[in-house]
Design a binder for this molecule. Structure first.
Ligand code: DGT
Ligand code: CA
Ligand code: CA
Ligand code: ZN
Length: 585
């Protein structure tokens, strides 16, 4: 451990002692020790080895022993025991911004509070405000602090994070001092959720860029401010890091801070195997001291090329074998938003959507799509005003009327999002389902079944001849609800065997089936459809999030059903519904 890590632990010891109500002199001794250690000019290794901590820095015996133990072993028995002797709920309370050891101790002693939940109720019912030395303001501040701690600890949906990132990137690119700017990190890799935003800028004048960054609109707190690196926090709790590097270093820094860590590890290993050392600073021969004397790279393409690799799109940089394929020039040509010719899983005012069939058709036409499919809920989803057989027949007529009207260049397919009942049967009779162009079968009820039961249930739904595709495979809601348990590989195999599509639900909160399953599933022959699950016209935009996940899953257009033309889709549907004249022509 180095000086500042050891100093952190000494400070933590002081805090823990304070919570326990120990002697103030003892507490101060640790605080002073930490401060002295940090300002020490001498080399700590030398002082420890030559036993000179006491002499040079004036530490007492107890501190000398603890610092030496930490330096030599990276651990401290005294600290471990001390920490274990304090209730975990009290240590957790230290994470609440603005709450220190003194107050925690007082509340523990007087009100017997030993968890954040108890603290919250004691603030709400006035007990904290009534405590001597606290008052109403303090209680309010603690409640706010608890809310902040929750927000700061959270990850964020990619979709929401990108909304915040867009104006920052635009703003950076407009600054005259900025030569190059990009987002990086998980945001650029298009992970479904991101911890924080990362930005990299190439410039020789970092100061005005930093000034702009920390003073942007919406910044609630500047959490770090340095010459070349700053961090800020926004109202939502989302944090953003900015690093400014000389323009010649931009490609290396961008690559490094795009990650992922696993990808970076394989890149560094590859560089080493060729006698080079790769870092955020550059790419230099191992025995060269100075990165500036290493290889140059104007952009990431040149960086990859310097290591004998094709460009690896950020979405694929997860350390899942992407280097091997980049070396052979065999990376897939990934799906693009413009490859999509329509979408299938969408709701209207007939069930729980906000826009009418006409409005949705107009919006699909504005997107330039050749077709779109309506798929409102079925009757088991009564809270969503799901359709029964009679209403389905009415819907089929309404769709036909729109298609015949010639008002829109976009064709409408009639479908339904049919509930999969607890035993795997579909919610509507086969005759009704076969009268529709297609069926999306989804689970919305009985979601707590065991893995085995759920797997059998889904396979039964897949084997139903009326089923065209399976909706949101696991029912997960990102950052909120785990998906239900099922054996994904068995369900995938059943879908392939029965020619059923598994959708990639593009709602940014779902992105289900998860990208981690797609590479293998598509290699086995599974098709997907990127489905926005739109409940209003604006939700058609969700396809972008779906394409992001598809790219992370290595999907190419050939694995995606809704890249087919109108005529091809019609022919595919007609195979399952040979009696529907409107599908063949
Ligand atoms: P996040 O923010 O949790 O969603 O994930 P990332 O990937 O954006 O991670 P972040 O913000 O901590 O760092 C951005 C990238 O910087 C990360 O993907 C790889 C690189 N990086 C950061 N710290 C390290 C490190 O200690 N080792 C290595 N190899 N790379 C790192
Ligand atoms: Ca990040
Ligand atoms: Ca970061
Ligand atoms: Zn649904």
């Amino acid at each position: 451990m180095d000086k500042s890590e050891i100093a952190d632990i000494l400070n933590e010891i002081a805090v823990l002692l304070e919570i326990k109500g120990e002697n103030p002199f003892k507490i101060r001794a640790y605080q002073n020790g930490a401060r002295k250690l940090e300002s020490l000019d001498e080399d700590l290794a030398e002082l420890v080895e030559q036993d000179k901590l006491k002499e040079v820095a004036g530490f007492g015996d107890a501190l000398v022993q603890k610092i030496s133990e930490l330096f030599e072993t990276g651990r401290l028995e005294f600290y471990d025991k001390l920490k274990a002797s304090v209730e975990p709920g009290l240590i957790e309370m230290l994470e609440i911004p603005g709450l220190g050891a003194k107050k925690i101790k007082a509340m523990h002693k007087e009100l017997e509070i030993s968890s954040i939940d108890e603290l919250k109720s004691a603030c709400e019912d006035g007990r904290v405000a009534a405590l001597k030395g606290f008052g109403k303001k303090t209680a309010e501040k603690i409640v706010q602090g608890i809310a902040n701690r929750e927000a700061y600890g959270k990850r964020h949906l990619w979709w929401d994070a990108f909304e915040v990132a867009k104006p920052i990137l635009d703003g950076l690119q407009k600054l005259p001092e900025v030569v190059k700017a990009s987002h990086a990190g998980s945001l650029r890799r298009k992970r479904e959720t991101v911890g924080d935003l990362d930005f990299i800028v190439g410039s020789d004048q970092p100061k005005p860029i930093m000034d702009w960054f920390v003073a942007q609109e919406g910044v609630k707190e500047v959490t770090a401010r340095g010459e070349t690196k700053s961090s800020v926090r926004f109202e939502s709790g989302l944090q953003a890091d900015l690093r400014v590097v000389p323009p010649g270093q931009f490609a290396f820094a961008l690559h490094h801070f795009t990650g992922s860590k696993d990808h970076n590890v394989s890149m560094r290993q590859r560089a080493l195997s060729q006698g080079y050392s790769l870092s955020e600073w550059g790419l230099k021969p191992v025995d060269e001291e100075d990165f500036s004397k290493g290889k140059k790279a104007e952009n990431e393409e040149e960086l990859f090329a310097a290591l004998g690799l094709n460009f690896i799109p950020p979405e694929l940089r997860e350390g899942l074998g992407e280097l091997d394929l980049a070396e052979k020039g065999k990376l897939p040509e990934l799906l693009k938003p413009s490859d999509l010719k329509g979408v299938f899983h969408n709701h209207t005012t007939a069930s729980d959507g906000r826009n009418s069939l006409e409005e949705m058709t107009a919006a699909a036409e504005a997107k330039g799509w050749e077709y779109w499919g309506v798929a409102d809920h079925s009757k088991a989803s009564f809270q969503a005003n799901g359709l029964d057989s009679d209403r389905v027949m009415g819907l089929i007529d309404a769709v036909e009327e729109i298609n015949k009207s010639g008002k829109f260049s976009t064709h409408v397919f009639s479908g339904i999002e049919c509930d999969i009942l607890g035993d795997g049967a579909l919610d509507l009779d086969e005759e009704t389902l076969m009268a529709l162009d297609y069926v999306v079968a989804s689970v919305h009820i009985s979601m707590t079944q065991l893995e085995d039961e759920m797997t059998k249930r889904l396979i039964r739904a897949i084997e139903n001849p009326a089923t065209t595709m399976l909706g949101h495979l696991t029912g997960r809601i990102l950052l909120k609800r785990e998906g239900y348990k099922l054996n994904v590989s068995k369900v995938v195999d059943a879908a392939i065997a029965n020619g059923v599509i598994i959708e990639l639900n593009a709602n940014p909160r779902r992105l289900d089936m998860d990208w981690r399953f797609w590479r293998q599933a598509s290699e086995k022959g599974l098709l997907t459809s990127i489905n926005p699950d739109a409940h209003r016209v604006e939700h058609f935009e969700f396809v972008e999030a779906g394409v992001n996940s598809a790219r992370k899953g290595w999907l190419q257009a050939s694995s995606v059903f809704n890249t087919l033309s109108l005529a091809e889709v019609r022919a595919a549907f007609a195979k399952r519904r040979p009696n529907l004249e409107r599908l063949s022509f």
